[in-house]
Ligand binder design. Structure first.
Ligand code: SF4
Length: 213
């Protein structure tokens, strides 16, 4: 049963409610998994994807498939370091199923994204990350409002008192990564992320806020 409080004081209670969320199914949207996210208090890097895939939905763990392996290769992180470093969330947290065309996964509808933004907004309030990594066009537009990958991949953005470094989706489904200049942009973005991780690793976690989004 879906439960959303008007206020959360801890990430643990937020995650407990998020893990049971069926808001999209209640609104008539087709979902093919339960919610998928992973992380805990004190993590200062936050990665935001589009939606889990079939593998992630089955395992209920983010970035388990081929795209996750590509992402870790870009960041030069093994699995253990990746999950220890990043709180992993996505624009929508339930596997949306295959696209009607049969090619790739269904893109979450604006209504699903709106319903799921509640969880992201509270995560960011409670976690207060120092580094945000939006992955793919939907997440980049939601966090930064930048319409094109070429305009933002390889650049560092201020996001409140945090920084954001966007990446394209590592599935390569769009063909954007076929261009050598774009692959160079990805290398620059990955270097920026590694620099940010190295810089803030010297500082202690920030305390949680708990104010409403
Ligand atoms: S996608 Fe998000 S809002 Fe929709 S049911 Fe899953 S967790 Fe809830």
């Amino acid at each position: 049963m879906t439960r959303r409080r008007t206020s959360y004081r801890s990430l643990t209670s937020l995650q407990r409610d998020n893990a049971r969320c069926r808001a999209c199914a209640d609104a008539g949207h087709r979902l093919e998994s339960l919610p998928v996210f992973q992380g805990g208090p004190g993590q200062r890097a936050y990665i935001l994807g589009q939606a889990p895939g079939a593998v992630e939905g089955e395992e209920r763990r983010p970035w388990r498939g081929r795209a996750g392996r590509t992402l870790r290769r870009w960041l030069e992180l093994d699995e253990e370091s990746f999950y220890a470093t990043f709180y992993c969330a996505s624009m929508t947290r339930c596997y949306p199923g295959k696209a009607p065309s049969g090619r790739g996964d269904r893109t979450p509808t604006p209504e699903e994204r709106r319903l799921c933004a509640f969880w992201r907004e509270w995560e960011l309030r409670l976690l207060r990350p120092r580094l945000l990594v939006p992955v793919g066009g939907l997440a980049i537009r939601a966090l930064l409002g930048v319409p094109s990958l070429a305009e933002c991949v390889g650049r560092r953005f201020d996001y409140g008192d945090a920084v954001a470094v966007p990446l394209p989706h590592p599935s390569g489904a769009s063909g954007w990564l076929n261009d050598a200049a774009n692959r160079e942009r990805v290398a620059e973005a990955a270097a920026l992320i590694r620099t940010e991780l190295a810089a803030f690793s010297a500082f202690p976690p920030r305390s949680s806020a708990g104010s409403p989004p």
